[in-house]
Design a binder for this molecule. Structure first.
Ligand code: SF4
Ligand code: SF4
Length: 476
């Protein structure tokens, strides 16, 4: 029977993330998880590389037939290569303040936690931190803040963005500042747009309304609709690149998976452009947070399957993985669909310029992959990936639907590939260890030969300019 409450074009959270539609989809998936004929039909559609609906994708996620699961993984790898080749974008989170008035039970920044060190960086401290991470080689940041109208008002966020963009230090530059702040008003989103942010990121945490309300017992975030409808307000405020995600472990993964894809379908239906990125964090232990208290945590195999099924369902959407995951897990999912990763991260407020003292721990969660950025770059290069610090689209105004059109037509390669090589060369010339420099230059030489002759000629000219310190920030 048709579910009359479900409407992807509605602006009401209960209608575009209809609980009934998710339950019906999960029931359909459960019934068909061993239906070989249907599974093959869905896979055939997925092979067209135009994506799948949440219901079709839920059937693949539920599938228990080993041979078909193998095909799902193989297809995810193929789509990943076709859309992103071997490029891997690097970014870094920067926590500005951990003051927060919310009561999220899975996060140590919740208001009632009295033993975590509370910190908020001054503009001078931000400058010091950003110089430290420019000296690592980073070009893209994701700003993280708790929700607190007194300590972290929008003016503080805007001032901090300006401080970061204004820093001129050696050859370094932060060229794209993505922002992860609490759900806010259209007016504030408009201000963020004016301040020149890249992507606005907001994780749903969980799409299960009942769980959501229990896990967010107090503070403004308790309001499920306000939070779930935030991306629509962001787009109304002019932000056209939004990043969504759930925190796997808060509710059952099949429910979250369907909700996540329904959110993507909703954004596409209403705004004509789906999410720019999807993040796949899993719940991690932290100060006063014990993951044993959460019965829906997922293991590595399910995690890999989720990544593969998201890749197949929304081929044109970037996928992000953080240092919450180990090197081994990251290695496994990179080939299945991840296109962006962090490297050398700290999850404390500050801590890049000077490591935090143990008694002043302000970290949001424990980092598992603790390697330096140079170690991560070298590891990627050795595994055949091309680390990229590219921010060209944002700087050329290729955002929102302009960006998606290029992605869906797979034309973005003509820009991404040479830009990856140019930004990698910036890293190698300015920041790399001798070994990374050696491997990186070999990779660049090899990849240059894959470019169109006219593009290769220009790329070569710009690469020489970077090596001779005659300029930076060249882009196609
Ligand atoms: S998840 Fe965000 S809103 Fe919730 S307590 Fe942590 S910082 Fe605050
Ligand atoms: S060219 Fe655009 S899509 Fe490609 S990596 Fe650069 S910013 Fe991203």
């Amino acid at each position: 029977m048709e579910n009359v409450n479900y409407n992807p074009k509605s602006l009401n959270a209960d209608e575009f993330i209809s609980h009934q539609e998710i339950c019906d989809s999960l029931e359909y998936a459960e019934k068909n998880k061993n239906n070989e004929q249907l599974l093959q039909q869905i896979l055939d559609k997925a092979r067209l590389e135009k994506g799948l609906s949440h219901r079709e994708a839920s059937v693949l996620l539920a599938c228990e037939i080993p041979e078909i699961n193998e095909q799902i993984f193989e297809l995810a790898k193929k789509i990943k290569l076709n859309y992103y080749r071997k490029r891997m974008l690097l970014f870094l989170p920067l926590y500005l303040s951990n003051y927060c008035v919310n009561g999220c039970v899975y996060c140590p920044y919740h208001l009632k936690n009295k033993h975590i060190a509370r910190k908020k960086m001054t503009q001078d401290e931000i400058r010091r931190e950003v110089i430290a991470l420019q000296d690592m080689g980073h070009k893209r940041l994701a700003l993280e803040l708790g929700e607190d109208p007194i300590n972290n008002p929008i003016e503080y966020v805007l001032e901090s963005i300006k401080t970061i963009y204004d820093i001129k230090h050696k050859n370094g530059a932060i060229r794209r500042v993505n922002v992860n702040i609490a759900a806010t008003t259209v007016e504030n989103y408009h201000k963020l747009k004016e301040a020149g942010i890249g992507t606005y990121i907001l994780f749903q945490e969980t799409y299960n309304k009942q769980s959501y309300e229990m896990l967010h017992p107090s503070g403004p975030k308790h309001n499920y609709s306000w939070h779930t409808e935030a991306m629509d307000r962001a787009m109304e405020g002019g932000i056209d690149d939004v990043g969504i995600g759930v925190l796997f472990g808060l509710s059952t993964y099949k429910y979250e998976f369907a909700g996540l894809l329904m959110h993507a379908e909703h954004l596409e239906a209403v705004h004509g452009v789906g999410p720019h990125t999807i993040s796949v964090p899993r719940l991690r232990p932290a100060d006063d947070i014990n993951t044993d208290d959460f019965k829906d945590c997922i293991n590595d195999d399910i995690f890999a399957k989720i990544v593969a099924c998201i890749r197949i369902s929304v081929p044109y959407t970037g996928m992000i993985i953080s240092t919450r995951e180990s090197q081994k897990t990251r290695e496994r999912v990179l080939e299945l669909g991840i296109s962006q990763l962090s490297g050398g991260s700290k999850t404390s407020v500050g801590g890049y310029a000077e490591p935090e003292k143990e008694e002043a721990n302000s970290a949001q969660f424990d980092v598992i992959d603790t390697r330096t950025l140079d170690e991560v770059i070298q590891w990627l290069l050795k595994r055949g990936y091309i680390p990229s610090f590219c921010t060209a689209c944002y700087r050329a105004g290729r955002t929102g639907d302009r960006f998606m059109e290029l992605c869906k037509a797979k034309q973005i390669h003509n820009c991404c590939h040479p830009n990856a090589l140019l930004t990698l060369e910036e890293y190698l010339t300015d920041y790399a260890s001798p070994k990374t420099l050696e491997i990186g230059r070999q990779v660049i030489e090899k990849e240059l030969s894959t470019l169109r002759p006219d593009v290769r000629e220009t790329a070569n000219k710009w690469l020489t300019a970077i090596r001779n310190n005659k300029g930076r920030d060249f882009r196609f």
